[in-house]
Write a protein that binds this ligand. Sequence first.
Ligand SMILES: [Zn+2]
Length: 180
Amino acid sequence: MLGRGLPHGAMVTQPECLFCRIVAGDEPAEYLVERDDIVVFKDKFPRAPVHYLVVPTSHLDSAHDLDADHRAHAVVELAIRDLKHGTGLNHCPSGSFNANAAWLLATTLAHNLTRWTQVLGAPQATSLINAKTFRRRLLTIPGRLTRSARRWTLHLPSRWPWQHVFEDTLGRLRALPAPM
Ligand SMILES: [Zn+2]
């Protein structure tokens, strides 16, 4: 296949880079895989019977940058660590399979609730805030709920450093449409 018709607007490209020109379809290549994040094509001058090149569709200057890019996307390792140490998966309660299965379900629910609260309520936090930090900042806070004139009022501590983050997050969560 010659020339690729990739929608290329969002990708980082450098015209002087041969691989970027191949990704853009400006240089001919025989493609085996074409995805949004990588392409695989046959080397033009193979040094082995099978010689394929796997190239990211966004330009990266070095292998070091490739590693950093990969790590930036690999939140799964952070999520697993958070599941263990943030919501307590590392404390499976017993040798009983069923008790541990229930514990796994509870910790996973807690993890997912925390993550979704972050994703939907605090999207400005681009990286994963671990569950302990999130709880300390926004969930585990002393407060007093009072009711007068048919209205509930939540009284929170004054001079609390996360007050505005809490208000923004709560506002976003309250603005979500009700589940069907
Ligand atoms: Zn490039």
